[in-house]
Design a protein around this ligand. Sequence first.
Ligand SMILES: CC(C)(COP(=O)(O)OP(=O)(O)OC[C@H]1O[C@@H](n2cnc3c(N)ncnc32)[C@H](O)[C@@H]1OP(=O)(O)O)[C@@H](O)C(=O)NCCC(=O)NCCS
Length: 158
Amino acid sequence: MRPAVDADAGELLTLQRAAFVTEAQRYGDPFLPPLREDLDHVRAVLADGAVLVLVAVTPAGRLVGGVRVRLDGEVGHVGRLAVAPDRQREGIGAALLAAAEDAVPATVHRLALFTGARSTATVARYERAGYVRDAAQGSTDECGIPVVHLSKELRPPA
Ligand SMILES: CC(C)(COP(=O)(O)OP(=O)(O)OC[C@H]1O[C@@H](n2cnc3c(N)ncnc32)[C@H](O)[C@@H]1OP(=O)(O)O)[C@@H](O)C(=O)NCCC(=O)NCCS
């Protein structure tokens, strides 16, 4: 795992699109937010000092995974966790999440994320990684898809 750089933007966009097609098919919506982003958007995210982006790269140099954390005071918002379809179920997703937890500054006390409520395997994976469902649920994303909010305390508040 390493921090992403501007030169990763194209591969990261391609990876994100490939990975999230399965989710689009699950929800019958080809315009899920990860699929609406274009190259300029990804490059802007990479240039944004408030967003930590990590990528998983094979020894041969292929980019096979990525994750973002938007830093917002004591909270880090995890998103766009994606692994290349042909490299899933090898532990890359779990490793990216763990790397993100390690990489956030000490000022971040809690990581928060959401995922589609029907993506039960993904929700279960987050729970196994120590994320707990928030008490308030029942919300939808900007596409109207029901989502589950989870979070993990990294360290006690100061
Ligand atoms: C969600 C996602 C990032 C998970 O990535 P991944 O690399 O496949 O995740 P992992 O390999 O760490 O874990 C997946 C499964 O593989 C299993 N696994 C991990 N290492 C393994 C290994 N060496 N051999 C066999 N299985 C393994 C895990 O136990 C887990 O099992 P489960 O599905 O029964 O829970 C990936 O499926 C993806 O990109 N999905 C599309 C985008 C998406 O939905 N992102 C999340 C939105 S919030």
